[in-house]
Design a protein around this ligand. Structure first.
Ligand SMILES: [Zn+2]
Length: 77
């Protein structure tokens, strides 16, 4: 597992505030890529990408409300 952490000072959080936070990218040997952003206000944005190219994106506001939870597959059509 390889993880990279970077910080930012002013980004627009899912709730609309401009706050700082931390971004983590993790890559495991099986091709799973995980991208997590944790904002200072408590909002979270998580993206998991699988080896087949499909991914899940989940956005959780600082009060715990799920704003978005979607799955994108590679299915044709
Ligand atoms: Zn927030």
């Amino acid at each position: 597992m390889v993880g990279t952490v970077s910080t930012f000072n002013s980004e627009r959080a899912p709730c609309g505030r401009k706050v700082g936070g931390e971004r983590t990218r993790e890559d495991d040997s099986e091709g799973l890529l995980m991208d997590t952003i944790i904002y200072k206000c408590g909002c979270r944005w998580v993206r998991e990408q699988y080896h087949d190219g499909s991914f899940d994106v989940r956005v959780v506001r600082h009060d715990g409300r799920i704003l978005s939870d979607e799955h994108s597959g590679m299915h044709e059509g």
